[in-house]
Design a protein around this ligand. Structure first.
Ligand code: GLU
Length: 301
C-alpha cells in the first residue's frame, strides 16, 4: 500500500529555513514511495495563531514547487473529534481533572525533564471535574516507551520518571498538541511521520497515547534541526528569516545539503520543480545524518 506522509506547520508566522527542511524531507520520503503528501495547518493553539500566516505558508509551498494531495486540514475544524477521544479516555478513567498551575508545581519543587516540568501526580486521586481544570493522561503504567527512528535509531523515554502525566486539554479549553497530532494522524491515515528531531521525545508520548486509543503507530523519521549562527534552533520565536521566493531553488539545494543528499551543482539554475524532481528520484534517507543539530548560516540567522 502506498505510504501517506504529511507536513504539519503551525501558523504562528511564515516558514523559515528549518521548516523548509522538514517540508522537503517529508515530501521526498512520501513521493519517492509514490505516496500521498498531506498538508495540515496546526492551529489548535488558537491564541498563538498569527492571522494570515496559513495563507502565506500555502503560497510559500506553492512557490517552492510543492504539491499536496486533497484539501488542507485545519485543526480548528477538528475540535469535535478531539473532544470525542478525550471523552473516551475520561470515561475509561485514563484521564483526570487537575487544578495544578505551573507556578504551584514550581513552588512545590517539581523536577524538570526533557519536556519541562515533570508532573508528580498530585491530582490523580482527587476526582476533580474536567470542566475548568486541565485534563491529564495517567502515565503510571506507561514505563519506558521506545521506538526505532529511521534516522536516530532506537529511542526511549521513561514516561512516569521523565515526563509524568501530561496535559491533553488545558484549563482554558485548548486541546494539547499531543492529542491533536495523534488524532489527526490516525484520521488522515498517515502511516509515516517525518519531522524535526526536537520532537523525538514527544513521539514517545504520542506512541503511548496511540496505544491508549487503540491506534496503530506510524513509522517515524526525525531529521536534524537547523541552528542559527549562535547555535540556537531556527524558529519563529527566535526570529528566523522567512524563506525567500526569489531564491527558491538555492534554498531547496541548501536544504538538500543539510540532509546530506549531495545535490548536483548543475541544479543551481533549475526551477524549484526540477530541483524537487531531482530530490525525489535521488532520495537517500540513509544518508541523513543523526546530528543533534547543525548550523546553516546562509539563510538562517
Ligand atoms: N506543528 C509542528 C511544528 O510546526 C509540527 C508537528 C509535527 O510535525 O508533528 O513544529
Amino acid at each position: 500500500m502506498p505510504t501517506t506522509g504529511r507536513f504539519a506547520p503551525s501558523p504562528s508566522g511564515p516558514l523559515h529555513f528549518g521548516s523548509l527542511v522538514a517540508a522537503l524531507a517529508s515530501y521526498c520520503q512520501a513521493r519517492s514511495q509514490q505516496g500521498q503528501w498531506l498538508l495540515r495547518i496546526e492551529d489548535v493553539d488558537t491564541p498563538r495563531v498569527v492571522s494570515g500566516s496559513d495563507q502565506q505558508i500555502l503560497r510559500d509551498l506553492e512557490a517552492f514547487g510543492f504539491t499536496w494531495d486533497g484539501p488542507v486540514l485545519y485543526q480548528s475544524d477538528q475540535f469535535e473529534q478531539y473532544r470525542f477521544y478525550l471523552e473516551t479516555l475520561l470515561a475509561r478513567g485514563d484521564c483526570y481533572g487537575c487544578e495544578c498551575s505551573r507556578r504551584i508545581l514550581r513552588e512545590q519543587g517539581a523536577r524538570s525533564g526533557p519536556l519541562g516540568q515533570i508532573y508528580p501526580g498530585n491530582c490523580r486521586r482527587k476526582k476533580l471535574p474536567p470542566a475548568g481544570n486541565s485534563i491529564r493522561l495517567n502515565t503510571a503504567a506507561a514505563n519506558t516507551v521506545s521506538f526505532v527512528d529511521q534516522v536516530y535509531g532506537e529511542f526511549e523515554l521513561n514516561l512516569p520518571e521523565s515526563v509524568g502525566d501530561f496535559v491533553l486539554r488545558r484549563a482554558d479549553n485548548i486541546f494539547a498538541y499531543h492529542l491533536a497530532v495523534v488524532v489527526d494522524d490516525e484520521l488522515q491515515g498517515v502511516d509515516e511521520v517525518v519531522r524535526g528531531a526536537d520532537l523525538l521525545e514527544n513521539t514517545c508520548l504520542h506512541i503511548f497515547l496511540q496505544q491508549k486509543l487503540g491506534f496503530a503507530s506510524p513509522r517515524y523519521m526525525h531529521i536534524p534541526l537547523v541552528n542559527n549562527a549562535q547555535g540556537v534552533k531556527l524558529s519563529k520565536q527566535t526570529g528566523a528569516n522567512p524563506i525567500d521566493h526569489r531564491h527558491a531553488s538555492r534554498q531547496l539545494l541548501a536544504a538538500l545539503s543539510h540532509l546530506e543528499q549531495s545535490p548536483d551543482v548543475e541544479l543551481q539554475h533549475a526551477s524549484p520543480e526540477e530541483v524537487l524532481d531531482w530530490a525525489i528520484s535521488h532520495w537517500k534517507p540513509g544518508s541523513i545524518p543523526a546530528l543533534p543539530a547543525a548550523s546553516v548560516e546562509t539563510f538562517g540567522a
